[in-house]
Design a protein around this ligand. Structure first.
Ligand code: MV4
Length: 512
């Protein structure tokens, strides 16, 4: 077993991995950029090494610097967390060359699943349901049009090197295909340096259900149940839960066995996640595989009673899985809220700054994986995830009620957070009724935005009416001209012949 592990990450996941190391009697080595000098993961580590400027390319993405610390500190292994270098095959290879064990899959397995088209090729013909479409990049627009016609609209264009919706275009009709393909290709080239775009039949309003898998280096691969991750905003997960409300035991077994086949097709080892899209008839289709530990791993840990980070470290140390598939039982329900330093009243823009007060919840069924503390300054340089608040209960209702109670206790002073968003979500009848799909959050936020605009429009109109009435009372009919000159005529559409808002409001007020 390792005596010392370097955590090549920051924030809540670095704290999470350090905790696992300490529980296993393993020393933890932290790395930090200049702005993270006072970060929680630095405080909790046994040793901490500065690696450079805040820019990730100068620090958390800098392979030579991280490996240099691993060698200097005598760390035998590196845990990459998620994001940063966690799915970087070049880094995995560099670790192997430096004689440092990468706690994750091999570079070969990463390569097999890193490209969405290569992943589709890898699983073709082994009983893994994939969405009808191509497993190779599209060629000419004529060829694309032919394939699209064969699939049937709506179709979806995707970047082979992509993920998280970048380079993705939903196309409803043939006349829209050419410009969508050009747009997808240029965005893919810009985002990933690879303009390859492929095509799939679009599944309307799908659910996103993902299966956790774990494989040791002795040929044992198991699935640990699924997570419902349909509540996303701009392809960023916001709320995740386990188990999925729509997956029954039979479906779980079928999806789990498919996920294991996907992992085995790639020679996968360590923790990974196989993503599926699920349609309205509960058909599931392989989407992609994430070759890392995911942000939302705690909900799986809570319903299985397993510690995924402990197991990752043991697998990397060469141990065989200490259980068989039949030993894996799903019990209870867990729901995770991702607490971001974002301002819900300003389009969820990041809200960095100093945390002046921190009241954090606890109590029955509450887990908090946090990277923040009172007095810490949230930097503006990284993803603004502050913490994950997870509620566990014997069933979904109890998990919701515990999480609701915990959110009411959560207060972060000095910066804005999205905590209020979760109060809305958990109180939403469709959420409570588990009527979820990937459009849920956009619909809820759009309704909220429309509600805000309507409210805003109403209060504006009321204000205009009061001012206009006051001006009519003081100046008589000439007031309208004064109002219009003051604001430009203010009429809808800017057409000066149209009745101005001022006149309309004043007439409305006069008729009261
Ligand atoms: C799809 C799809 C519908 N049909 N593929 C979004 C990013 C990447 N994870 C794949 N995504 C989708 N692929 C087909 N054939 C709808 C989405 C999608 C989505 C998927 C999961 C979670 C959130 C999503 C939000 C928008 C679109």
């Amino acid at each position: 077993m390792f005596k010392k592990i370097l955590i090549a990450n920051r924030g809540e996941i670095a704290v999470r991995v350090i905790r696992a190391c300490h529980e296993m009697g393993i020393a933890a080595v932290a790395v930090y950029s200049d702005v993270d000098r006072a970060a929680l993961h630095v405080r909790k580590a046994d040793e901490a090494y500065p690696i450079g400027a805040p820019e990730a390319s100068e620090s958390y993405l800098n392979i030579p610097k991280i490996l240099d610390v691993a060698v200097r500190s005598g760390a035998e292994a590196i845990h990459p967390g998620y994001g940063f270098l966690s799915e970087n095959a070049k880094f995995a290879r560099a670790c192997a060359s430096a004689g440092v064990k990468f706690i994750g899959p091999t570079a070969t397995a990463m390569d097999a699943m890193g490209s969405k088209t290569r992943a589709r090729q890898a699983v073709d013909g082994i009983g893994v349901p994939i969405v009808p479409g191509t497993s190779h990049g599209l060629g000419s627009i004529e060829q694309a049009a032919q394939v699209a016609a064969g699939i049937g609209y709506p179709v979806i264009l995707k970047a082979a090197a992509g993920g998280g919706g970048k380079g993705m275009r939903l196309v409803h009709a043939p006349e829209d295909l050419k410009s969508a393909l050009e747009g997808a290709r240029s965005e893919a080239e810009r985002s990933f340096g690879d303009g390859e775009v492929y095509i799939e039949k679009a599944i309307v309003n799908p659910r996103h259900v993902e299966m956790q898998i774990l494989a040791d280096e002795h040929g044992n691969t198991v699935y640990l149940g699924e997570r419902e991750c349909s509540l996303q905003r701009r392809h960023q997960k916001v709320v995740e839960e386990a188990p999925s409300p729509i997956v029954d035991p039979g479906m779980r077994q079928r999806m789990g066995e498919v996920a294991v086949r996907v992992a085995q097709s790639a020679g996968y080892t360590n923790a990974g996640t196989v993503e599926f899209l699920v349609d309205g008839q509960k058909n599931f289709y392989f989407l992609e595989m994430n070759t890392r530990l995911q942000v939302e791993h705690p909900v799986t840990e809570l319903v299985t009673g397993l510690d995924l980070v402990h197991l990752q470290i043991r697998i990397a140390a060469g141990e065989a899985l200490p259980f068989k598939q039949d030993d894996v039982k799903i019990r209870g329900h867990a729901i995770e809220c991702r607490i971001y330093a974002e301002d819900p009243d300003n389009n969820y823009f990041p809200s960095p700054g100093r945390i002046t007060l921190l009241l954090a919840p606890s109590g029955p069924g509450i887990r908090r994986d946090s990277g923040m503390y009172e007095g810490w300054t949230v930097p503006m340089d990284y993803d603004p995830l502050l913490a994950k608040l997870i509620g566990y209960g014997t069933d979904r209702e109890q998990a919701i009620s515990r999480l609701t109670r915990a959110l009411s206790e959560y207060f972060v002073g000095g910066i804005k957070t999205n905590i209020s968003l979760f109060r809305r979500i958990l109180g939403d009848p469709d959420f409570r009724g588990a009527r979820l799909d990937t459009g849920f959050l956009d619909r809820m936020l759009k309704l909220k935005e429309e509600g805000r605009r309507d409210a805003q429009a109403y209060s504006n109109a009321a204000e205009v009416a009061v001012i206009a009435a006051g001006m009519f009372a003081a100046l008589g009919p000439s007031a309208a001209g004064v109002g219009e000159r003051a604001l430009g005529n203010g009429s809808a559409g800017g057409n000066s012949k149209a009745v101005s808002n001022w006149k309309r409001a004043a007439r409305r007020e006069a008729m009261q």
